[in-house]
Design a protein around this ligand. Sequence first.
Ligand code: GBH
Length: 495
Amino acid sequence: MKELRRIVICCVIFTKLHECQGANLSFPENFIIGAATASYQIEGAWNVSDKGENVWDWFTHNKPENIADGSTGDVACDSYHKYEEDVQWVKNLGLDFYRFSVSWSRVLPNGFANEVSEDGIQYYKNLTTLLVANGIEPIVTIYHWDHPQILEDLGGWTNELMVEWYTDYARILFEELGPMVKTFITINEPKVYCEQGYNSTTKKAPGKILENMGHYLCVHNTLKAHATAYHLYDDEFRAIQEGQIGIVTPCAGWVPGDNVTEESIERHFQFDCGWIMHPIYVGDYPEIVKTRVAYVSALENYPFSRLPEFSQDWIEYINGTADFFGLNHYTSSMPIFDTAEELGIYTRDSGIIKNTNSSWSAGSSSWLYVLPEGFGNVLRMIRDQYNNPPLYVFENGYSDTGELEDYRRINYYYEYVSEMLTAINDDGCNVVAYTIWSLLDNFEWNAGYTELFGIISVDFNSSNRTRSAKLSTSWWQEVISTRTLQDVPSNGTRR
Ligand code: GBH
């Protein structure tokens, strides 16, 4: 009904056909658009100068069987040496900001803050200065999965001391980069590196499987580390630097399907998004997460819940530690209650299965189904659950095998961004920024170079890692300069 009204009004006012199709095509005023990367995925230069070894260096060198093509990020896009060219691409695209991450072991070669690498910190100062000089806002992710290996040898994110080690590291970035950086992201996607690094057969570094509780411990300590860095920024840096700081979580979407109910959607959301964001926006883990993990742990005869408990002090300390909601979003499923539980078989703490449909179109990542309506559902749920916080979409993108004529990527962006604009314009979702993942084709973790997300191509066979434009490069350039979604090129395959 609402849709129909919009089409009618739209057609009365506008005469151009594409504006009569009912889609929201223009970005709101003051909306900002950027692109993102992460240190291990693009920098290379894994052992230059005094850089220390990190968990991804160790993992790719020692467990190549966990990487689809046995590759490493030793050279990756070589952005450590080519950052000036990368900034030029960002500038030519017309992007408002560039989101990059800092390699912990490049800045602190032995993991701890007793020794800061001059070369390491200089690299990030150079990059930041160049961005600012070109009118591009730097947005800095302090940690995007590549912590120093020595810290992992000491237990990594399962060791509560990581909270202090992380905060010492964050302090150095506030001091050194903070004068030029107005937006810090403490941590990228705790859920992902905790689940896939400490409790999964889909392995990301450090590739451990820890008694079906490593991931809970990891998230627990991560939330404490995030909150401690947030308070440090608040207490000692915010007044002078006048910036903002928050965390980024991926929230998967959902679409209607058999047995998908309001209750199954709600539970799926709490185990995914709520696990990380409820402690920050409401206080403590979601009730359903606490009850379910305790219940399943008891069925398994544990004398405790595998989900650790926060003290009242930590609950209060973590609550309120975000100046914005950082969201990464890629895909959706049909979340349903696990029917095996009717037979008394409990295989998952959540009791949720993410159903998919083989007719759905997917990217080169098997998990990446193109379901734009799920994006709108997530945005509206965040609006409702957390009181419509200012929200930055910090990643959204599509993988293929690196073709320059990337019609399917453009189609994905068209559909997802249009869905987002509808959520903003029609549903009042407070989305203030959108980020393309990724600026460059890069090292896609355990998928190696077999799933490429860039809007700029990188030739991984050439020693100088030549960059070239894809069709999506010029499409985005046009979208950014007009602040309006452009049609998908005509010989493209629409879904
Ligand atoms: C992001 O995470 C990362 O921040 C970024 O570094 C990465 O390059 C990008 O996505 C593209 O993958 O269990 O194997 O079916 C994305 C969030 C959540 C996507 C978990 C994959 C399921 C993978 N991810 N999801 S699997």
